[in-house]
Design a protein around this ligand. Sequence first.
Ligand code: SF4
Ligand code: SF4
Length: 136
Amino acid sequence: MAKKLTVKDRERCIGCYCCMFACTRVWYGALGIEKSAMRVKNYPGVEGAFSVRVCQACKQPECAAACPTGALRLAKRGFGVELVRELCTHCRKCVRACAANALQWDEQLQIPIACRHCGICVRYCPTNVLTMQEVV
Ligand code: SF4
Ligand code: SF4
């Protein structure tokens, strides 16, 4: 059974960013968090509280439907999206269409960052905020 990345317990997040560092390192070989497909942010003015946004693994992704060139499309696994980079015109319509505000944007390359639902970030979270959940 295929699994998708899911936020299990947001309140346990300590804002260490290990999840984003792991995603960036594994998929881009880079240091930092900018290219991570998921996003942890602190709430301005609220100490110790973090928002944790992950791809919702939609089976009919609104981000893909909004893409005018077919560059972002339903992933072959049947949920979430994958990018055909040569077709991307950098219009950002996909990011604006995600109701969950979960699709991340690569500012350097000006392309969306599609989560692979690989579970690497889950493995590196020290407080079990994240999990892999069976897709039904
Ligand atoms: S599941 Fe994989 S691709 Fe998705 S955010 Fe986590 S590490 Fe990145
Ligand atoms: S690794 Fe876990 S605790 Fe650290 S920022 Fe990510 S979700 Fe939060």
